[in-house]
Design a protein around this ligand. Sequence first.
Ligand SMILES: [Zn+2]
Length: 305
Amino acid sequence: MSVSAGFDLGGTQLKYGLVDQDGSVLYKARIPTPSTVIDLIDRLPAIWADLKGRSPEPIGAAGLGLPGIYDVRLGRIRQSPHCAGLDEFDLAPALAGILDVPFVIDNDANLAALGEWTHGAGRGTSSLIVMTIGTGIGAGIILEGRIWGGVRGFAGEIGHVSIRPDGLECPCGNRGCLETEVSARAILRRYRDFSAAAEDLTPEDVHRRAEAGDKGARRAFLEAGTFLGLGLSLLINVLNPEMILIGGGIMTAGDLLLGPAVAEAGRRSYRASFEACTIRRAALGNDAGLIGAAALAAGRMDPES
Ligand SMILES: [Zn+2]
């Protein structure tokens, strides 16, 4: 057996755990995302000691997934819309002082894609896109059997493609991004617009109301799903992928979002490309990033794997 550690830093939680070579999660835990990067670095030694204490054998390597734009060449976060304190922070040198094993850092969406590809619903595909929809939208792209990071690791930012030229401002600085129309926040915003609901709601509340027949809630998912379909058609026509998986917190709503998205993608894509592409829910849920981080780490640890 070989054991790797995975870390998945999200907008609200830092998830971490131990994963074996088969993708089984041996242990996992989570804390609220530290409010500053200094706080994050301060917390890591205790987390690392916890992981080492719980591992059935010495941890071989570690992988860390981060939101936003991580420069693989510089080892530095360039822009992180949901964790602004991380911008331009030299993370790799800071981690080197804490993690006493080889470690790798990559964008969280790339690692979720790697997780689904190695141990989830995308196994066996040669071209796979995994879109994760939660607070934001990220995508990881696997082409011909490897992550396509682009020249500096920034590829896959489908969430920040403009689909409404005059749309709302996005945390990335652009306007009318796919993310501003489809994220959890966008669904809540639509529901408030349609229903004049004043109370604090979660996306799960809107989902429950939609299932109970609330017209405003159904319309919020229908519109967000239709915009998601535009994003899917873009990926389908440009890359002709074998499979697109959609994951992230919002997918608890399942077909409420995916149904209109697939229908719209079918209307907007070349028919042959659309028919060649399987679109379905991701399989690993919240663990995809963790499993992908550990899988990337394991690959670096043992070139045979
Ligand atoms: Zn954006």
